[in-house]
Design a protein around this ligand. Structure first.
Ligand SMILES: O=C(O)[C@H](O)C(=O)CO
Ligand SMILES: [Mg+2]
Length: 260
């Protein structure tokens, strides 16, 4: 059975961030992930994880000004220095949290900059991030986001994401395959995962439509979990969904899985 991590930027939002680690542990999770830890001192976040007994398996590089709608800056030529400062910051956090991978959000396609420049900027930044984290044995991930929820997101499909990773040419660069975004943009989840498994460093899930817990939409998760076992996926699956009620009441799908 796959291993599941609670995403603390989607789950347990009724309590402060540092209290969500224990809440996840109380619901049986052995690992967590989140978007951005940067407003808390690294040692406080590390202590929250340690005291709860959960591993931190993923977080994101700083991704620009989220509040004004930015969704990463890695493809933006005028933000290269800021991206690279963010890589250094993320490396410090990853060290404190003993986190094996950091996720890169490419950013929104701006007006007036050519596709080639955006692509080259992103490839160079991915290479820079991969080299910065390689010494500590960490992975850098690139995550496509669907462009229905995030219009103009620069990387919204699997194949272009893989081409970018290939162009960057570093052995610690991997795809983050978010099942929800992939379902919105492409479908064909099982075959895509099977064909590209060596590139998949991490998976996240939510059902579609609604981005709620498994079982609330159209995706056949029991089949997909069996498929992931069959094709040999060894990584984590982050539960990155908006619970349709209380977080604690949204894990029936996981309890059912444990019983099979
Ligand atoms: O939204 C997502 O799917 C991402 O995983 C993220 O980290 C923030 O957008
Ligand atoms: Mg995601």
């Amino acid at each position: 059975m796959p291993r599941f991590a609670a995403n603390l930027s989607f789950l347990f939002l009724d309590r402060p961030f540092l209290e969500r680690f224990a809440a996840a542990a109380a619901c049986g999770f052995k690992a967590v992930e989140f978007h951005f830890p940067y407003e808390f001192p690294p040692d406080e976040v590390a202590a929250a994880a340690r005291e709860a007994g959960v591993a931190v398996v993923l977080f994101n590089f700083p991704a620009g000004n989220w509040a004004v709608g930015e969704r990463g800056i890695a493809c933006l030529p005028e933000r290269i220095a800021e991206f690279r400062e963010g890589v250094a910051r993320a490396a410090t956090w990853a060290e404190s949290l003993n986190c094996p991978r950091v996720n890169c959000l490419a950013g929104l396609r701006p007006e007036g900059i050519t596709e080639a420049v955006l692509r080259d900027t992103l490839v160079d930044n991915l290479r820079f991030a991969a080299d910065a984290l390689a010494g500590a044995g960490r992975q850098v991930l690139l995550e496509p986001l669907n462009s229905r929820d995030t219009p103009r997101f620069f990387v919204d499909r699997t194949v272009p994401a893989l081409a970018l990773l290939d162009a960057a040419g570093r052995s610690n660069l991997f795809l983050q395959y978010d099942i929800y975004h992939a379902q919105v943009m492409e479908g064909d989840l099982a075959l895509t995962l099977m064909r590209n498994l060596p590139w998949v460093g991490h998976i996240q899930l939510a059902d579609n439509p609604g981005r709620h817990e498994p079982g609330t939409g159209e995706i056949n998760f029991p089949f997909l979990f069996r498929h992931l076992d069959a094709i040999g996926y060894q990584g984590w699956i982050g539960c990155e969904y908006a619970p349709s009620g209380r977080s604690e009441d949204s894990f029936g799908w996981l309890d059912a899985l444990m019983r099979t």
